[in-house]
Design a protein around this ligand. Structure first.
Ligand SMILES: [Zn+2]
Ligand SMILES: [Zn+2]
Length: 256
């Protein structure tokens, strides 16, 4: 295993198949030292967690951290970037329970402002129909990521560019300013691409390669992401996955 941590995994609390413990057991079997449980935020209409479930997830993670002393389990969320303002589907109350905050754009997150936020989704949905729609989508997505990073203390932006086009240079610049890591996802949509990593690495941005596993067997399966990272000149040792100063928002790592 060339990474110590998988920082993006899903469970049955959103659209994954396994339990939190099954994810942890799979991570231990792969020799990982850390795993983050990062289900979809409550603003996803199809498979977001229910707000009240986060407390239950927190309790499970705390129990499992006591049960297994050879792995650190972090509770996170993959929050939804909802619109051009960069609104996320989280608040201070939810943040209190999180060790790590991921955020990404997904089709199917709930609109806040009508009809603007519907257009935000539909331009991404129909981006291949015309150059004009593609450009509108890119401008709105870039604003959305930039505003989200400036407004919230996000640890990792997930699969940037996967569901809609982004101006990677503009996003990377603000990722540097706000100390937000950019994900090289090993899941099948394969974003960041090699070309995008090459643009982003002109800035002092942290990168992280994660599985985005939705089944326990997929945890730690990141070879495709590592290959793209290396092809773009990123060393595996420099990835956030392998760093000792890894973030834990609640500071519980010291007790670990
Ligand atoms: Zn995602
Ligand atoms: Zn995900």
């Amino acid at each position: 295993m060339r990474i110590e941590a998988d920082l993006h995994t899903h469970t049955h609390f959103s659209d994954g198949k396994g339990s939190i413990e099954e994810n942890v057991l799979a991570a231990r079997a792969k020799g990982l030292k850390r795993i983050a449980i990062t289900d979809h935020g409550p603003g996803h209409l199809g498979f977001g967690i229910k707000r009240h479930q986060l407390k239950e997830m927190r309790a499970i993670v705390d129990i499992l951290n006591r049960k297994y002393d050879d792995i650190e389990i972090l509770l996170g969320l993959e929050a939804n970037i909802l619109n051009e303002d960069g609104d996320l589907d989280i608040d201070d109350e939810l943040l209190e329970d999180l060790d790590i905050l991921l955020a990404g754009y997904h089709f199917g997150s709930s609109p806040k402002k009508w009809p603007r936020d519907i257009t935000f989704h539909s331009n991404n949905w129909f981006k291949k129909r015309s150059k004009k729609i593609y450009e509108k989508a890119m401008a709105a997505n870039t604003k959305a990521f930039v505003n989200a990073m400036r407004r919230y203390d996000i640890d990792i932006i997930t699969h940037p560019g996967a569901k809609g086009p982004l101006d990677i240079e503009a996003v990377a610049k603000v990722a540097e300013e706000t100390h937000t890591a950019m994900e090289i996802s090993a899941s099948r949509h394969a974003y960041l691409t090699v070309e995008a990593i090459e643009i982003a690495r002109k800035y002092r941005v942290d990168f992280t390669v994660n599985s985005d596993a939705h089944v326990p067997e997929g945890i730690g399966e990141v070879e495709g992401g590592l290959e793209r990272a290396e092809a773009a000149g990123i060393s595996i040792e420099s990835l956030l996955n392998n760093r000792a100063d890894f973030p834990n928002r609640r500071g519980t790592r010291d007790e670990f």
